[in-house]
Design a protein around this ligand. Sequence first.
Ligand code: GLV
Ligand code: MN
Length: 222
Amino acid sequence: MVTRSASSFRLLSYLVVLLLLPLLSFAADPDPLQDFCVADMSAPPLLNGFPCKPASEVTSGDFFFDGFMKEGNTTNTFGVNLTVGNVLSFPGLNTLGISMNRVDFARGGINPPHYHPRGSETGVVMKGKLLVGFVTTRNVFHSKVLTAGQMFVIPRGLVHFQKNVGEGKALAFTAFNSHMPGAEVLPFTLFASTPPIPNDVLTQAFQVEEDVVKSIKSKFAS
Ligand code: GLV
Ligand code: MN
């Protein structure tokens, strides 16, 4: 038989869970429950990250990353190079809910429209002049030309880009509230997926003839 105090307790528990639910859904990566959890990259990922290396095998080197020291090679279609400092390249970030990128731009280079499904992005321009823009879910475009020392923020999941509008090279560092924010780069997502999105879907979506779709696809064919 359920006593009155047991049913009040259950009601209270439901209320607490209901109150906490919005907090959980506002979080980016889940909060860690330990000081660190250096990823064991030889193990398959768990639900929300990699398993931790045994503490006895963790060294100081696990907490430092020198991948951003060198300028990236921007000799490519977009004139941009992203050096990614996420959990895959820097296992010490595992479960900490943060990561960074180094973004090098050739003169006129563009980091093409893309979005990060699992994190908001902030960034600081270190060198050059960048046009930074993003579009809201109501199709409002926000943009500004930034120079060294100026920062920007891109809310999670919104399509954004940076374009070098200066006279020389440009450099920015970006940071995310996820150890693996992920990225869908729209030209590749739409025109270079595997298997490909059927041409008639793209012609209808963009209201263009098939030769336009074929021509864009051919530029991204690997
Ligand atoms: C820039 O947009 C980045 O994703 O690093
Ligand atoms: Mn980005």
